[in-house]
Design a protein around this ligand. Structure first.
Ligand code: SAM
Length: 277
């Protein structure tokens, strides 16, 4: 008996016109659609007059549901996996379904379309030739700090997803670990209130008032940042840079570390110079 195909089907990240013809066709043709949130997906299906049965596949149901979906695929049924928005398997449980299917020899087939990370990147005006998609940072403070520290030496553009209620805190943490790099907030992509907030991490963290909607954070890589900053700042005014960090509410230890990094000095040199401030 031939096994079925698992289609990974992109859906819009806001604007329904971003649904592709092929996605509609596949969603109509498959036997079952596996969706992260069946109520949410039902609205999309109704809009496109699609009547295919839905099964839930989310973070909470993925173990049980994954086995059921696998059994259907083995019986020869074709299944489409969709997430709440964008590409399934990008920062959502679809990734586990793909592993399960591939591990069982099932064919997986991409149905490409909208994606928040790449839509934000292409409008960022930052380097698009090399980038790292870092997705959501972990929730615990130590793990977040560890990941940011690891990313802080990367020279390519960095892309993050973040929930709106954590946005300000995350930008402040990035400022502490990365220093004040150029950054872009891409808000509500493809929706009525789409906007791009451009500047550096300090401006963005300070001026962020309303945090409604969905955001992608794009941060310049280290190399670009160092080149632009060293052109402007000489090693003589690192005390000013230290004062700026302190004025932004950054603790002394982090400020010393960041200034040392930025001016290529040892932490001891910076410490000795700023100890009386
Ligand atoms: N699978 C999706 C994709 O391909 O982009 C991403 C899903 S992830 C669970 C949700 C996150 O993506 C949000 O917290 C936000 O960071 C980002 N996102 C999704 N839609 C967005 C939009 N319209 N504008 C800005 N960011 C968006």
């Amino acid at each position: 008996m031939e096994t079925g195909i698992l289609y990974l089907c992109a859906t819009p990240i806001g604007n329904l016109d971003d649904m592709t013809f092929r996605a509609v066709k596949i969603l109509k043709e498959v036997d079952v659609i596996a969706a992260e949130d069946t109520r949410h997906t039902r609205k999309l299906l109704t809009h496109f007059d699609i009547h295919t049965p839905l099964v839930r596949y989310d973070e909470f149901s993925k173990v049980q549901s994954g086995e059921k979906i696998l059994a259907l695929l083995r019986e020869g049924k074709n299944i489409a996996c969709v997430s709440d928005a964008g590409l399934p398997a990008i920062s959502d449980p679809g990734a586990d379904l793909v592993k399960l299917a591939v591990g069982s020899g099932i064919t997986v087939c991409p149905i490409p379309g909208a994606n928040a990370a790449l839509s934000a990147l292409i409008c960022s005006a930052l380097d698009t030739t090399k980038f790292t998609f870092a997705g959501f940072l972990p929730k615990t403070a130590k793990n977040r700090r560890d990941i940011l520290t690891e990313l802080s030496t990367r020279t390519e553009t960095l892309i993050f997803y973040e929930a709106p209620h954590r946005l300000k805190k995350t930008l402040t943490e990035m400022l502490e670990v990365f220093g004040n790099r150029p950054a872009v907030l891409a808000r509500e992509l493809t929706k009525v209130h789409e906007e791009f907030l451009r500047g550096n991490l300090a401006d963005l963290a300070e001026n962020l008032n309303e945090t409604l909607g969905e955001y992608v954070i794009i941060v310049d890589g280290k190399k670009n940042f160092d080149e632009s900053e060293t052109a402007e700042i000489s090693t003589e005014n690192f005390i000013d840079a230290y004062k700026k960090f302190i004025a932004q509410g950054i603790d002394k230890k982090t400020a010393i570390r960041e200034v040392a990094k930025k001016f290529n000095l040892s932490r001891r040199e910076v410490y000795n110079a700023v100890i009386d401030i």
